[in-house]
Design a protein around this ligand. Structure first.
Ligand code: FAD
Length: 338
């Protein structure tokens, strides 16, 4: 049994920043994530893509943001539990909560912070027979390491931002990039579409109107694909197929925590970001309130207000002091170790 001030479910950017905001008020946190590393969507889906709307950081990649957050929260000594899923939440007498994970870890705390983002997010798969057999052997749904694609014949399938962004980004790395999309209209940003079309006209990439319908193997590894086009079937050499068909957001076990939900997200107020259960908060992509924007900066704000109320539950006898990090000697001493 682990006793702590707050248990944070999810080590995405918002869960990580919650450690900081709780830490500023002197609260200790344990962080649980089903993934084997911190960063949530930033680290899992776009580690090497730049983010431009983090205040004060003109540009940083998903992985850089994660690394910076990890550095920023280090003084507060959070305890991480990776590769384990928050499974069950029970209310205890005395305004406390018990949270149990799928591998049997048990936590007790006055505050539970659900920062589960898209929940157990999984990529949507294209309807290609036998595609599962090639996953990790030529078929990937995310780019983890750009270098792993150097010199490879890469085929990207899809018409959204990920498909277009990666087509443009990989043209200098891959031996050849081919984009396949079944329509000539795209969901991606118009500027990306214009850039992709220009690259195709200059012969720097290939664009094929069609649908990947078969996969060909050389031993266990992918070596080619069959594409259904208006003119008939076309075979293309292919070492790596990257289908970008979006994500399915499954809420997973937090959907069974007994919290009020709307559209698959946890309903919260906008003063404390607390759910309908006292002491259970929801911040980041997982919550719902009027005007919610699924942005990292919104989650950071939510974490700050959540921490104020979590303090009241964790330290009911103490007075909550509002302090700036710039002027508090105690905080400065702590944070200067970062
Ligand atoms: C391609 C792409 C580009 C984006 N670009 C931007 C951008 O430029 N700017 C911006 O502000 N936002 C951007 N976003 C959105 C941004 O990534 C999200 O708003 C942000 O990640 C939400 O953070 P979070 O911590 O709430 O959730 P997440 O990042 O989703 O993290 C949630 C974590 O909770 C874990 N989890 C879920 N359920 C459980 C459970 N039961 N037990 C344990 N762990 C669990 C998950 O494994 C995950 O690690 C982008 C998203 C994508 C996909």
């Amino acid at each position: 049994m682990i006793h702590t001030d707050a248990v944070i479910v999810g080590a995405g950017p918002v869960g990580l920043f919650a450690v900081f905001e709780l830490g500023l008020l002197g609260l200790r946190a344990h962080v649980i994530d089903v993934l084997d590393k911190p960063g949530g969507q930033c680290a899992e889906f776009y580690p090497e893509k730049p983010i431009y709307d983090i205040p004060g950081l003109p540009a940083c990649t998903g992985q850089e943001l994660t690394d910076n957050l990890m550095r920023q929260i280090r003084p507060f000594e959070p305890v991480f539990h990776f590769g384990t899923s928050a499974q069950r939440l029970e209310e205890l007498p005395g305004s406390r909560w018990r949270l149990t994970t799928d591998d049997g870890l048990v936590f007790e705390a006055p505050a539970i912070v659900v920062a589960a983002g898209g929940g157990s997010f999984t990529p949507k798969k294209p309807p290609i027979p036998g595609i599962e057999r090639y996953e990790g052997h030529g078929v990937d749904y995310a780019v983890r390491k750009i270098e792993a694609l150097r010199g490879q014949r890469v085929v990207i399938s899809g018409g959204g931002d990920s498909a277009l962004d990666w087509t443009i980004a990989l043209r200098d790395v891959a031996a050849r990039v081919t984009l396949i999309h079944r329509r000539s209209d795209f969901r991606a940003a118009p500027d990306s579409v214009r850039r992709m079309m220009a690259l195709a006209e200059q012969g720097e990439i290939d664009f094929v109107l069609g649908e990947v319908s078969t996969l060909q193997a050389d031993g266990a590894e992918l070596c080619g694909i069959g594409v259904r086009t208006e003119a008939g079937m076309v075979d293309l050499p292919c070492d790596r197929l990257l289908p970008f068909f979006g994500l399915t957001m499954k809420m997973g076990p937090v959907g069974d925590f007994g919290l009020a939900l709307r559209g698959g997200r946890i309903v919260v107020d906008t003063e404390k970001f607390e759910s309908n259960r006292r002491g259970v908060f929801a911040i980041g992509d997982i919550n719902h309130y009027p005007g919610k924007l699924k942005l990292i900066l919104s989650g950071f704000h939510e974490a700050a207000l959540m921490a104020q109320q979590a303090f009241r539950y964790a330290r009911p006898e103490e007075r909550l002091l509002f302090q700036y990090t710039t002027t508090s000697t105690r905080l400065k001493e702590k944070l200067e170790t970062t």
